[in-house]
Design a protein around this ligand. Structure first.
Ligand code: 4GX
Length: 249
């Protein structure tokens, strides 16, 4: 059975309680598929004031996270006889998180996540504690906690058995490189708005074809750059050429 353990170093452990008690993650916990340890790295501070940050050498705005608590906490967490888990540092300067990266992270049995605040980490933490830096996108947050939760959430759902339905993780947007097709449920008509006729037809081949075309259409309209990485059939190409020909009509 594939399981994963997350160790999170943060100054705001309470931010994780709601997330961990959330249905899917909670169920995965109960099933023993995932384990999370939330560690307040202030517990590893050196002095009696439990200081974790200090002013930057050379001057400037903001406080910098001191190296000692991170080095000490990692020494505590990593057994030198065991295989070293990835140590991910949340940073806007990191490698952008993609589904491909999520899938790669999900192959590990353990991940350590470092969440920082303020002006960031002393560079020695980047160099000697973290094994990689991850960014969840090109915008600036107040801290690394939300990125850490995004990593835990997206990685957890790749663990077999975490999602009720094992097919759902494969059918999503990005699994085949295309955006998802539109979904409908009952009623077939609401306030005059109709569900596409093909979905009511019960004709499985026609439904499959329609869904593929809607996935292609959405990807072409919203995220055309994704199409460069997708394996397209001849039928797909013909459909995309039709979309291009119709453009501006
Ligand atoms: N994707 N932030 C980290 C502190 C910081 C500053 C500089 C390292 C270097 C973010 C993101 C993000 C805000 C988390 C700044 N750490 N993290 N924090 N976007 O914006 O991951």
């Amino acid at each position: 059975m594939a399981t994963i353990r997350f160790d999170v170093l943060t100054l705001f452990p309470d931010m994780f309680t709601g997330f961990i008690q959330n249905s899917m993650i909670q169920k995965a916990h109960e099933k023993g598929l995932i384990e999370t340890r939330i560690i307040n790295f202030r517990d590893y501070a050196f002095n009696k004031h439990r200081t974790v940050d200090d002013i930057p050498y050379g001057g400037g705005d903001g406080m910098v996270l001191k190296p000692e608590p991170f080095f000490e906490a990692i020494d505590d967490l990593i057994d030198p006889n065991e295989e070293k888990p990835p140590v991910l540092l949340m940073s806007p300067q990191g490698e952008r998180l993609t589904q491909q990266k999520v899938n790669q992270l999900a192959t590990h049995s353990r991940l350590i996540l470092l969440c920082g605040h303020y002006a960031g980490f002393d560079e020695r933490i980047h160099q000697y504690v973290a094994t990689e830096e991850i960014s969840i996108g090109d915008y600036v947050l107040t801290g690394g906690e939300l990125p850490a939760m995004i990593i835990m959430d997206s990685v957890s759902r790749q663990i077999p058995g975490v999602l009720g339905n094992t097919l759902s993780a494969q059918n999503d947007s990005f699994a085949d490189g295309l955006l998802e097709y539109p979904q409908y449920t009952r009623p077939a008509e609401y306030r005059g708005y109709q569900v596409p006729e093909v979905l009511l037809s019960g004709h499985h081949l026609r439904i499959e074809k329609w869904r593929r075309q809607e996935s292609l259409r959405r990807t072409w309209e919203r995220r055309p750059e994704l199409l460069d990485k997708v394996t397209l059939t001849e039928e797909d190409r013909i459909f995309l050429r039709q979309l291009e020909d119709q453009q501006g009509e």
